[in-house]
Design a protein around this ligand. Structure first.
Ligand code: ZN
Length: 432
């Protein structure tokens, strides 16, 4: 059984402990021990690999809470629809690689450009043939006629990036088909969206009965059910229908906030604030989506409501996840850690609390019997070493550069050359 010893790191467990300087020992695919320097292993020769992490921040691997692995440089739904599945499976593989290199050891799937892209990449990653995080694979978005993702018109039938269903029976069949094809996370488009002018974000084209049968069917197959829901009615429907993961959720009233709070030990909420920030900061202007265009799309009002709703949900102890809607022309895969900064800036999280959203909450959403997302003896060995202190500068996690070491399931996924060069030294010393 392989052993890896990390020495002298600043350890952030995400389990409620104050950060401390210490060591962490991995045996096989689990964390065997962690504690004060020199206390977790009898000597350097107790491990096959020893890493001196002086000056580095050791924390659990992060979870992308709303992953679109197959989104790369997307500027229009055309970029999702036109390429073949054969081409897009490579795109999705690159997405998985970018995530693990940026410190994301888990990806909680939203939807993909084609049905089985994340399923195929997940299976290759699990077999050890491709680099990537643990993946709960999303499939296609499931939507209803005339709503988000339905790009047909009467004179121009066209297959959009979604499965379009109407009524309870069609919904049941679509969810069953997703389950048959190996999808872990089924996603519904419950509310409208600013990118679909016929059904703006505050509208709710999907019915409660459709949502409920989708949730029951997904759960009957042991899968999770998630929803794109911006509207007030949509978010309430989702909680009442048993949806597990709620994406966006901008609009709220007292009843909605109470419903979420009552369900806070069951649901996960992913605000996906990055996209609004990027549009309003002009970062998407080079792709025709300037702040002015964002204004026509009602983005400022959505952002304002997002701030109000998610600040309140934070106070009520909702389990927020970071990430979501990256992979556009202005938001490359692997920059999802920017959301940490947005959580601090917009929702009032402290840096440590934002890290808990990215790690502990993400690990719980992934499932795995609660064995992910914190650094504790006995838990699965998914963690990263960061060159810098995210608690004093949260932006060090905004991309892959400062993430110098990534371990997933006890296996080294990434190691910076300077760490690699020194890693075997203590073992050689021990052999002398
Ligand atoms: Zn999305």
């Amino acid at each position: 059984m392989g052993r890896t010893l990390i020495q002298n790191a600043t350890i952030f467990t995400a389990a409620g402990d104050a950060p401390y300087k210490g060591d962490l020992l991995v045996e096989g695919n689990r964390i065997a021990a962690l504690g004060q320097p020199g206390t977790v292993a009898p000597g350097a020769d107790a491990a096959d690999t020893v890493i001196d992490a002086e000056g580095m921040f050791c924390m659990p691997g992060m979870t992308e809470g709303h992953a679109h692995l197959s989104f790369e440089n997307v500027t229009a739904t055309e970029n999702l629809i036109t390429p073949s599945p054969e081409t897009q499976v490579f795109t999705a593989a690159r997405g998985a690689k970018a995530l693990i290199e940026a410190g994301f050891t888990s990806a909680y799937g939203a939807s993909e450009a084609k049905l089985k892209l994340a399923v195929a990449v997940r299976d290759e990653v699990n077999a050890g043939r491709l680099p990537g995080p643990r993946i709960r694979a999303g499939g296609l978005e499931i939507s209803v006629t005339g709503a988000m993702g339905d790009e047909s018109t009467a004179h121009n039938p066209r297959i959009g990036p979604s499965t379009i269903v109407d009524g309870v029976e069609e919904m049941r069949k679509a969810v069953r088909l997703h389950c048959r094809e190996g999808v872990d996370n089924v996603k519904l488009d419950v509310s409208g969206d600013p990118f679909y002018p016929n059904t703006p974000g505050h509208t709710t084209p999907m019915t409660f009965d459709e949502i409920k049968v989708a949730a029951e069917t997904a759960h009957a197959y042991g899968r999770k059910i998630n929803a794109h829901t911006r509207s007030l009615e949509g978010s309430k429907h989702c909680v009442r229908a048993g949806v597990d993961g709620l994406f966006h959720c901008e609009y709220s009233d007292e009843e909605m906030l109470d419903l979420f709070e009552e369900a806070k030990d069951r649901i996960f909420v992913v605000p996906t604030v990055g996209l609004f920030h990027q549009i309003m900061a002009g970062e998407a202007a080079g792709h025709g989506l300037s702040a002015e265009v964002g204004g026509y799309m009602n983005i400022p009002e959505l952002l304002e409501n997002s701030v109000k709703t998610h600040t309140e949900l934070r106070k009520r102890g909702i389990r927020h996840l970071i990430g979501g809607d990256y992979g556009f022309g202005w938001s490359p895969q692997g920059t999802q850690g920017r959301d940490l900064e947005f959580f601090v800036e917009y929702y009032g999280y402290s840096p440590a609390e934002a890290l808990v959203c990215a790690t502990r909450n993400g690990g719980l959403a992934m499932g795995n019997n609660g064995e992910l997302g914190t650094l504790e003896a006995g838990k699965l060995a998914d963690f990263i070493l960061v060159n810098g202190d995210p608690l004093s500068d949260i932006t060090v996690l905004s991309g892959p550069d400062r993430v110098e070491f990534v371990m997933k399931d006890g296996q080294i996924q990434k190691i910076a050359p300077r760490l690699s060069a020194q890693q075997t030294q203590p073992v050689l010393e021990a052999a002398e």
